[in-house]
Design a protein around this ligand. Structure first.
Ligand code: 5AD
Length: 361
């Protein structure tokens, strides 16, 4: 699919044609990654953040946030709970917290791997090559770092830079080189984002040959410059992408078409906009992963990258039976084991070739 076709789909609002797109994404999902829904236990290990991203509730300047950092022992407790309930993976996510040092993270990863055997995904922001190497050596399997938007000007406007940080695209390359399964993604409907921008984002998912792609709607947070309004007006694009569920489903479905073998989560931000049906519809429109939240209840409310995160349609250990029923209700099964992306498995066997060679093959 070329850029103009992607753009046309992103502008499409005819229900009949969209049904064709859902059908196509669902068929590709079934063929390439099957009916299993992989469960990744999310543990939000720290909400400290040194960055000032204009849209995120955890930005350093937001004094309204009660900051926390879990003890390694608590992280282990959460990981054991996730393993007991049937997750094949834990995702350790945090703001960019310098107190999560190379050694701190490496030790926690080593302990989780030794005690539970779970796959470990890290999502700790922009970090140095040395740290990424150490964590991979400690046993980390995957890394998530959304590039948020392929529009360089918009990215720069949203992310005040920090000296010494790896540029995100560079970091994605380093992660690949180190043998991580690599995940990225974008927000949909950030002020200033056009349909062409999102079409380019989706193309880039394919070019980067990502193993995991997460896309979710932008949800305004009142305690951020973006949520307060004035910044949004300044950035407004000629043709603004809407930050709604309909648009997010389209991006997910098109992502499945472009990256048939990737693991694609039904994101919490999408579910928050569509209580009671967001996960189900996402699973029927390209997604094959859900990330239930295992952060201790006492800290969960403090991890609000956007307002009400997890509150509208929670999937966590207390709603477990409901979660399993929701997966079964759309004719799907729970994945057993690690749920590695077939893309990465192929790379491990040495049969992977870059996107550029693939398309000319
Ligand atoms: N709305 C939606 N998603 C957000 N994120 C951060 N802030 C928001 C927001 N206001 C997403 C970003 C980030 C991920 C952890 O959460 O895409 O990469």
């Amino acid at each position: 699919m070329d850029r103009s076709q992607l753009t046309n789909w992103l502008r499409e609002d005819d229900a009949g044609r969209l049904t064709d797109l859902w059908y196509c994404a669902d068929a590709i999902r079934r063929k390439h990654v099957g009916d299993a829904v992989h469960l990744r236990g999310l543990i939000e290990i720290s909400n400290h953040c040194r960055r000032a991203c204009l849209y995120c509730g955890l930005r350093a300047e937001n004094r309204a946030v009660r900051r926390y950092r879990l003890e390694p022992e608590t992280v282990l407790l959460c990981a054991r709970r996730a393993a007991r309930l049937g997750c094949g993976t834990v995702v350790l996510q945090a703001g960019e917290d310098p107190a999560l040092t190379e050694t701190w993270v490496a030790d926690v990863v080593r302990r989780i791997k030794a005690e539970t055997g779970l796959a470990v995904t890290l999502s700790l922001g922009e970090r140095t090559r040395t740290e990424l190497e150490a964590w991979r050596a400690a046993g980390a399997d995957r890394y998530l770092l959304r590039f948020e938007t392929s529009n360089a000007k918009l990215f720069a406007a949203l992310h005040p830079p920090l000296n010494g940080a790896l540029e995100r695209m560079t970091q994605l390359g380093v992660l690949r080189e180190l043998g991580y399964e690599v995940g990225s993604g974008v927000m949909i409907g950030v002020p200033g984002q056009s349909h062409e921008d999102v079409a380019r984002d989706i193309e880039l998912f394919g070019e980067l040959n990502l193993d995991m792609v997460g896309v979710g709607p932008f949800i305004a947070h009142a305690d951020t410059p973006m949520g307060a309004g004035e910044q949004s007006a300044a950035l407004a694009a000629g043709e603004q992408v809407s930050a709604d569920a309909a648009q997010t489903y389209k991006v997910m479905a098109l992502t499945r078409v472009v990256c048939p073998q990737a693991n694609i989560p039904a994101t919490t931000a999408l579910a928050a906009l569509e209580p009671g049906r967001g996960y189900e519809l996402a699973l029927q429109r390209g997604a094959n992963v859900i990330m239930p939240n295992f952060t201790p209840a006492a800290q969960r409310d403090c991890y609000q990258v956007y307002p009400g995160k997890g509150a509208c349609d929670p999937v966590n250990e207390t709603t477990w039976p409901t979660l399993l029923a929701r997966i079964a209700s759309v004719g799907r099964t729970c994945g057993a084991g690690r749920g590695d992306s077939p893309n990465w498995q192929r790379r491990q066997r040495g049969t992977w070739c870059p996107a550029a060679e693939r398309s000319s093959a």
